[in-house]
Design a protein around this ligand. Structure first.
Ligand code: GLU
Length: 522
């Protein structure tokens, strides 16, 4: 039987893996400025792309009619006007917290006005004009919850939510390690979880929390005193010094005019919070670029966490692979069975899952199945409930998604089984399950070992999507290391690309050997 995989593919895979590592390393190099935009040239050409938040009421919010509003939007519009670009020539681009540095480094935006705190780690990667606002980290809880009054109350096993790649999440991980932290990619996901009672508190800057509290009057309240200093800057790619000077001048002009008070009043007038004093432009207080770890220090600092992250990746891959295999077999059995409703349901399931983006499937498991339908896959009383539950929700999503591809692969294996064998078994009195179990599936499996291997390799790579619901696997740690160790991008990308490349080569080799040994020769 001829197979598209009849050449031993492990050698090309090795080359591909090495190429991927080189490419990742090369891209890390471009991050230092090669692909960035020239803000003043873009402004001169009459168009600016500005990164803002879309889901932060009061700061950056996109309304159902597509229009934008909030303090960050007003600040960005003012700056653009000062640079000669009218509002209708601005393209608003969503800038989620974990993606802001990449958007700047890859030249996808001219600048970012998105509750973007100036921090020592970020100063190594990007530059900031401003600051234009002084916020502080705080807590948002349900209005009827009296058990959390300040950050110290979190230590009694409370569940807290924040956003991946945000300074408040980093602060909690570093200074409050006993707290169970759920990380999502956006604050709106946290607000939904707080509303559903799945977390006890949401932490980020007070100004953002005030916006959410004002949006649902009577449902949430801010508690305690701010426990960090968050100076909001206008994020720029490095090397944009003339643009930075012009943006600083625009901010100063806005501060000195009535436009600033009007913007603050329209954004937060109804929230009851007193706007803080305007910060001095150009003064960063105690914020200084942090010195990234030296190469040998990198392993010392992260070695244990890298091991843990890859252990989680391996566990995610193995648990999802086992479940996907069993699920895939059931789907094929249903597709072949004589009951029309089962056949149709299995085919619809395979079609839907095969054509859905994996991120959507994983996020659905967390927000749909867990938050809305209350499905929990770990003990609620466990002090590690959040991480355990996220892990198993991710396994469920990955397995459901992969099972569709496993079922497809197995179906093609089933087609290689000669129909005469099935008819002979039937005439001997074998029922449907017996034919499937003893005749069809064993041969089908042996025919598709290599395609199944490819699915397994794809699954290992797909586990990176689990970071969207805060599973602490390799990709989540890589995001953090890229932000904190910007001078060591080459090593960081290299380590992660090489380990993933090694997984592919190893599994590719194993499945080829298995495929060659077990293939049914006809
Ligand atoms: N200001 C904090 C930060 O820049 C939190 C707000 C946000 O995530 O946008 O990380």
């Amino acid at each position: 039987m001829s197979s598209p995989h009849s050449n031993p593919p492990h050698r090309p895979r090795l080359v591909l893996a090495l190429l991927a590592a080189l490419l990742a390393a090369a891209c890390a190099g471009c991050g230092s400025g090669a692909g960035t935009r020239d803000v003043l040239a873009d402004a001169k050409a009459g168009r600016l792309i500005i990164g803002v938040k879309f889901d932060q009421p009061g700061l950056g919010e996109r309304r159902p009619d597509g229009s934008m509003r909030g303090l960050d939007i007003d600040v960005a519009t003012y700056i653009a006007a000062e640079l000669g670009v009218p509002e209708d020539h601005i393209t608003w681009r969503e800038a989620p917290s974990p993606n802001r540095e990449n958007l700047l480094r890859n030249g996808e935006v001219d600048f970012i006005v998105a509750s973007y705190s100036i921090s020592g780690a970020r100063l190594n990667v990007v530059d900031f004009a401003g600051p234009y606002f002084h916020a502080g980290q705080s807590l948002l809880v349900r209005a009827d919850d009296a058990s959390i009054t300040n950050v110290a109350s979190l230590n009694s096993g409370k569940r807290l939510c924040s956003v991946t790649g945000s300074t408040p999440a980093q602060n909690i991980r570093k200074n409050y390690p006993g707290v169970q932290l759920q990380q999502y990619d956006s604050y709106s996901a946290c607000v939904e979880a707080l509303h559903r009672g799945k977390i006890d508190a949401l932490t980020t800057d007070d100004i953002i929390l005030a916006g959410y509290a004002a949006q649902s009057p009577g449902e949430f309240k801010l508690v305690g005193q701010p426990f960090s200093d968050e100076l909001y800057g206008v994020g720029l790619a490095r090397g944009q010094t003339p643009a930075k000077a012009q943006i600083n001048a625009a901010l100063q002009k806005m501060f000195d005019s009535a436009a600033w008070d009007a913007a603050v009043l329209s954004a937060f007038g109804s929230s009851g919070i007193d706007p803080p004093a305007r910060p001095a432009i150009g003064s960063l207080g105690s914020v200084k670029p942090v010195k990234p770890a030296a190469p040998e220090g990198l392993w010392h600092k992260y070695g244990h966490r890298i091991e843990q992250a890859f252990a989680t990746t391996v566990q995610l891959t193995s648990a999802s692979a086992v479940l996907a295999l069993a699920w895939g077999v059931l789907l094929v059995a249903a597709q072949l069975c004589p009951v029309p409703v089962l056949r149709r349901s299995a085919s619809v399931f395979v079609d839907v899952l095969r054509n859905s983006p994996l991120t959507l499937v994983i996020v659905f498991c967390s927000t749909g199945l867990y938050q809305n339908l209350g499905l929990t896959l770990a003990s609620e009383r466990s002090p590690t409930f959040i991480s355990d539950n996220n892990f198993w929700l991710a396994v469920l999503g990955l397995a459901a998604y992969t099972s569709a591809f496993v079922a497809d692969a197995l179906r093609s294996g089933v087609n290689t089984v000669p129909i005469g064998q099935v008819e002979a078994a039937r005439s001997l009195g074998f029922g449907f399950t017996k034919v499937l179990r003893l005749i069809v599936l064993p041969q089908a499996f042996r025919a598709v070992i290599r395609p199944l291997g490819s699915q397994f390799i794809a699954l290992a790579r797909n586990t990176t999507v689990a970071s969207a619901i805060g599973v602490a696997e390799a990709a989540l740690l890589m995001k953090e290391m890229i932000e904190n160790e910007s001078d060591r991008l080459f090593e960081v990308f290299g380590v992660f690309a090489l380990v993933f490349g090694a997984f592919s080569v190893l599994f590719g080799f194993l499945f080829n050997v298995l495929g060659r040994k077990l293939e049914v020769r006809r």
